[in-house]
Write a protein that binds this ligand. Structure first.
Ligand SMILES: Nc1ncnc2c1ncn2[C@@H]1O[C@H](COP(=O)(O)OP(=O)(O)OP(=O)(O)O)[C@@H](O)[C@H]1O
Ligand SMILES: [Mg+2]
Length: 222
C-alpha cells in the first residue's frame, strides 16, 4: 500500500533522511518513534505530500511522488486520514460541521453528509456533541472529533502525529484504544509518538525508529 524507496529528505540546514526504505501493508499498525526533532512529523508530511523527497520515490496506492502534481494532492489526502496533537478543529464551526468538512470540500450531497456524520460520530462516541462547539468539549472529546473527521472519507491509512500529546494518561489510553479499534476494522495506522508507555501497552505492533537519518525496525525486550 505504502512504499518508500531510497527516500532522502532534508531541510536547507538539516538532513533528516538518507536513502530510507519502508513498506507498509494494508491493515498494519506501526508505531513511529524517535527523539524530539528527529523527523517523525517530517516522515508523515512526506507521506501526505506536504513535503517532497529530494531523492527516491514514495508510492501510496496509485500515487507516486515522482509523478504527483499539485492538483493531485487533494485526491491523495482524501485517501489518508490525519490526526494531530493539537486537534486543529475550527472554533467557529460546530462539531457536525467540523466532522463534515472533508465531505463539503469533496462536494458530497447534504443528505449523504448527514448520514455519514451521524454514523461515524456514533461509532466514535460523540453523537451527543454534534451541536456543540469545540470549546465546549474536553481535550479527549476534541481528539475524538478530529479522529471522526479523519475517518469520514473511510481512508485506507490513518496518520496520527502525537495524538495523545495534549491529553492526560487515562484519556490518552482511551484514544489509543479507539485508534486500535479503527485499525482492527481495516484501516492501516502510523502512530508517531515519543511516549513509550503507549508503545509498551500495545506490544504486538511494528515499531519503527528514526535514528541517524535512517529507519530501523525495533523489538521491545520482554
Ligand atoms: N520547515 C522547516 N524548516 C527547517 N527545519 C525544519 C522545518 N520543519 C522541521 N524542521 C526541523 O527538522 C527536524 C525534524 O522535525 P520534525 O518536526 O519532523 O521532528 P519530530 O520528530 O516530529 O519532533 P517532535 O517529537 O518534537 O514532534 C527538527 O530539527 C526541526 O527543527
Ligand atoms: Mg513531531
Amino acid at each position: 500500500m505504502l512504499k518508500f524507496e531510497n527516500v532522502s529528505f532534508g531541510y536547507p540546514n538539516k538532513n533528516i533522511f538518507s536513502k530510507v526504505n519502508l513498506f507498509v501493508n494494508y491493515g498494519e499498525f506501526l508505531f513511529l518513534v524517535g527523539e524530539s526533532g528527529i523527523g517523525k512529523t517530517t516522515l508523515l508530511k512526506l507521506i501526505y505530500s506536504d513535503l517532497k523527497p529530494t531523492e527516491g520515490d514514495i508510492t501510496f496506492e496509485d500515487f507516486d511522488s515522482k509523478k504527483m502534481e499539485n492538483r493531485d494532492i487533494p485526491y491523495l489526502r482524501r485517501k489518508i486520514g490525519i490526526v494531530f496533537q493539537d486537534f486543529k478543529l475550527l472554533n467557529d464551526r460546530n462539531i457536525f460541521e467540523n466532522i463534515a468538512l472533508p465531505l463539503y470540500i469533496s462536494g458530497v450531497k447534504e443528505d449523504k453528509i448527514k448520514k455519514r456524520v451521524f454514523d461515524i460520530s456514533s461509532k466514535i462516541g460523540i453523537f451527543d456533541k454534534l451541536n456543540n462547539y469545540p470549546y465546549d468539549l474536553s481535550g479527549g472529546e476534541q481528539q475524538r472529533v478530529s479522529i471522526a473527521r479523519a475517518m469520514i472519507n473511510e481512508p485506507k491509512l490513518l496518520l496520527a502525529d502525537e495524538p495523545t500529546g495534549n491529553l492526560d494518561p487515562f484519556i490518552s489510553l482511551e484514544i489509543v484504544k479507539l485508534i486500535n479499534e479503527i485499525n482492527t476494522l481495516g484501516t492501516a495506522v502510523i502512530f508517531a509518538t515519543h511516549n513509550f508507555d503507549i508503545v509498551k501497552k500495545m506490544r504486538d505492533k511494528r515499531i519503527l525508529q528514526i535514528k541517524e537519518n535512517k529507519l530501523f525496525e525495533v523489538k521491545l525486550k520482554i
